[in-house]
Design a protein around this ligand. Structure first.
Ligand code: CA
Length: 203
């Protein structure tokens, strides 16, 4: 009986551990170390301006040896909408991720950064992510919100996402009236998409 009692306790403990682990496990992650990192990542510019290129480089990494170097150029922009540079992935995401986390080597440019996701109907949500006002590596999180600016697809009555989602891209924008002109490079590493709304508490 004693053995059975302890066995039950052990099974319960293992079950809880498994639940927490499954919830915290990223549904997708990229550390840019693999044989084909950035296989589908592409750079590019907005509809009316902004230039960007993305490539894997060695030497400026948060983990391992490699990261994604994202060069952007806003030296020839005009103050109008849809000026941005992008770091595009178009990655389908399993399950129901609630947020992303990414390490960014900032350049203290003051540029605003956003990201876009798309749901199963093709509706696109654009989220503000951060203002790049630091140097060195920093972990930045973005929460997926159905209240974010959205367009296209088939909006549902309750306004919620229709899963599965696809991560489209990160963006650096330069579209504010009178926006400044500059160019620079930031680096991305250790991107994760997580199912939990926030970091699970550790005990
Ligand atoms: Ca890395």
């Amino acid at each position: 009986m004693i053995c059975i009692k302890y066995l039950s306790t052990l099974i319960l403990a293992l079950s809880c551990f498994t639940c927490l682990s499954a919830a915290d496990r990223p549904v997708y992650q990229e550390d840019f170390e693999g044989p084909k990192p950035l296989g589908e990542w592409t750079g590019g510019g907005g509809e009316v301006g902004g230039k960007g290129t993305v490539k894997v480089v060695t030497g400026n990494a948060h983990s391992g040896r490699k990261s994604a170097a994202w060069q952007y150029d806003f030296t020839n922009i005009k103050p109008q909408g849809c000026v941005y540079t992008r770091c595009r992935l178009m990655q389908p995401l399993m399950k129901k991720p609630q947020r992303l986390a990414v390490w960014i080597l900032g350049d203290n440019s003051g540029r605003a950064m956003q990201f876009r996701i798309q749901d199963a109907t093709g509706r696109v949500w654009q989220h503000d992510l951060c203002k790049i006002d630091w140097t060195g590596w920093r972990r930045i999180e973005g929460v997926f919100s159905p209240q974010a600016y959205a367009w296209g697809g088939k909006p549902t009555k309750d306004g919620q996402f229709v899963y599965p989602l696809t991560f489209i891209e990160f963006m650096i924008s330069g579209d504010k009236p009178g926006d400044f002109k500059n160019k620079g490079t930031i680096y991305l590493d250790d991107l994760e998409f997580l199912e939990t709304a926030k970091d699970a508490e550790t005990f």
